[in-house]
Design a protein around this ligand. Structure first.
Ligand code: KIV
Ligand code: ZN
Length: 524
């Protein structure tokens, strides 16, 4: 209530788990600097809690939680643990420097988790949870408890667990629909049941963590808010284990756009939703489907004549969100080689990029190359150039100087590459393959000799037309485990007017990332 006695809306706490659950997406490994870059944007946009990793799971995760604890000062930094002393000690150690540390511990509550995964009794599982919370409270004041697979648990047992862990000191109780099994009505009712049946629930915040296996993660999260949840766990672009998590942009924009319906506030700078979506997509190598709500490339494209006519007369005829409000850049502004340094700098600033001199010069050089071949450079081309040149958070060991390919329907695809190695030695080599890309990759392998397998390869045209810049995203799997990390998959991306050149650069990107991870744990 405010001073006049009018009910004031509750503010929803936004808990972002892109760097933990999101990073569990197959092949989405992020190194420490990449995590820090994403965390800085999350902090700037006003996210309340950042789940930075699972410290005991790998040296890289430990260092990531440690670095974010030191450098991100206005968010709560959270580290995940199982309900085990070793895990909790590791998280406490990693979180030491945090202004506001939170330990996120817990274990399963459904029959299948207790009987088959944990192979214990309901009573013992409850005791383990209570012991974990008490232990975590010895290190930090803020302890969040997750009841894994709550969506499939018996509500009566769930209520008992929640009451017990709150008594033991949990400040937040997380209700995950771990398998994405529930419907919005069921999940909303589960939260309502918790509000009504857990006697001490007023001493903890109810958080929800929904997976998207049946495409209902966002709807379930919103249903939970309608029924008393006050913290939402989300990831940028909805990435996460299997089909992913509730997506940050969908949940935030649903709560904002339909504030009349949900009756809650969120303190998020929504103009950063599109930029962070691009950043996460570039760094994880997970592309965003064109029809993805809020941030997909078609989210604000009107193709039918009737719709175009309507939007031109009055934007709101077919648009419930102003693209500017989610940071979608105005695509009408285009640049050409004649725009010069000043024009480019101005446009980059408008797009929210702050580049130092060295970065700007690299971007300018690539901009001129593209403008030379394509005449006009659109916003999306520019974003791809910046991402290639600036969003690189590892040392480039090998540099691709030149690539040249010969192919055709009656010739053997052959590629020649020139690569400069770490000691400055210039290597030139050639090979043939089943196609031009295969030939390029074989030629690069002859120089670099890093055993790996190409497991994913995609090409998309960034803009329309035959002169479009092509963007290549690839994933490679290292044959050997890399620096204690569980993951062996590395992504690479590159954009160029010539798609074979883009393929070569993307491969070099992934290889350099892999090599950096071998020598430095924070890059793994
Ligand atoms: O999906 C899940 O249950 C989780 C927990 C660890 C919170 O990710
Ligand atoms: Zn999860």
């Amino acid at each position: 209530m405010d001073d006049s006695g009018i009910a004031t809306p509750t503010r929803i706490i936004v808990f972002d788990t892109t760097l933990r659950d999101g990073e569990q997406s197959p092949g989405a490994a992020l190194n420490v600097d990449e995590k820090l870059e994403i965390a800085r944007v999350l902090e700037a946009m006003g996210v309340d809690v950042i789940e930075a990793g699972f410290p005991i799971s790998s040296p890289g995760d430990f260092v990531a939680v440690q670095r974010l604890s030191q450098e991100i000062r206005s968010c709560i930094i959270c580290g995940l643990t199982r309900a085990r002393k070793g895990d909790i000690e590791s998280a406490a150690e990693a979180l030491k420097g945090a202004a506001r540390p939170r330990i996120h511990t817990g274990l399963g509550v459904s029959d299948v988790h207790i009987l088959h995964k944990l192979r214990t009794t309901y009573e013992r599982a409850l005791e383990m949870g209570v012991e974990a919370v008490r232990y975590a409270r010895q290190f930090v004041d803020d302890v969040q408890y997750y009841t894994e697979d709550a969506g499939r648990a018996r509500p009566e047992y769930l209520y008992r667990v929640l009451a017990a862990v709150i008594d033991a000191g949990a400040t937040v109780v997380n209700i995950p629909d771990t398998t994405g099994y529930t419907s919005p009505e069921e999940f909303g009712a589960l939260i309502r049941g918790i509000v009504e049946n857990v006697p001490n629930i007023d001493r903890a915040v109810i958080s929800v963590h929904c997976h998207n296996d049946l495409g209902m993660a966002t709807a379930n999260t919103l249903a939970a808010v309608r029924n008393g949840a006050r913290q939402v766990e989300v990831t940028v672009n909805g990435i996460g284990e299997r089909a992913g998590n509730a997506s940050l942009e969908e949940v935030i924009m649903a709560l904002k756009t339909r504030r009349d319906h949900f009756g809650v506030d969120v303190a998020i700078d929504t103009t950063r939703l599109y930029p962070i979506s691009r950043l996460v997509s570039n760094l994880t190598g997970i592309t965003v489907q064109p029809n993805k709500a809020i941030i997909g490339s078609n989210a604000f494209a009107h193709s039918s004549g009737i719709h175009q006519d309507g939007v031109l007369k009055e934007r709101t005829t077919y648009e419930i969100i102003d693209p500017k409000d989610v940071g979608v850049p105005d695509s009408a502004i285009i640049l050409s080689a004649r725009s010069g340094r000043h024009g480019l700098r101005h446009r980059l600033e408008e797009l929210g990029y702050t580049l130092d001199e060295g970065q700007f010069e690299k971007v300018y050089r690539r901009f001129l190359e593209v403008a030379d071949k394509k005449k006009t450079v659109e916003t999306r081309d520019l974003e791809a150039i910046v991402s290639d040149e600036v969003e690189v958070f590892f040392k480039e060991t090998f540099h691709l100087d030149h690539v040249q390919v010969s192919c055709g329907d009656h010739s053997i695809p052959t590629a020649t590459v020139q690569i400069t190695g770490p000691d400055g030695t210039v290597h030139c080599d050639a090979d043939h393959g089943t196609g031009p890309v295969d030939a390029v990759y074989r030629a690069i392998n002859r120089v670099i000799g890093e055993p790996n397998e190409l497991i994913e390869f995609s090409i998309e045209a960034i803009t329309e037309g035959v002169d479009a810049v092509g963007r290549v995203t690839i994933r490679i799997r290292a044959h050997e485990p890399v620096n204690g990390a569980v993951r062996t998959i590395f992504s690479g991306h590159a954009a160029d007017n010539d798609i074979v050149v883009a393929c070569a650069r993307a491969y070099m990107f992934a290889l350099n990332k892999l090599i950096a991870a071998r020598t430095d744990v924070t890059k793994a």
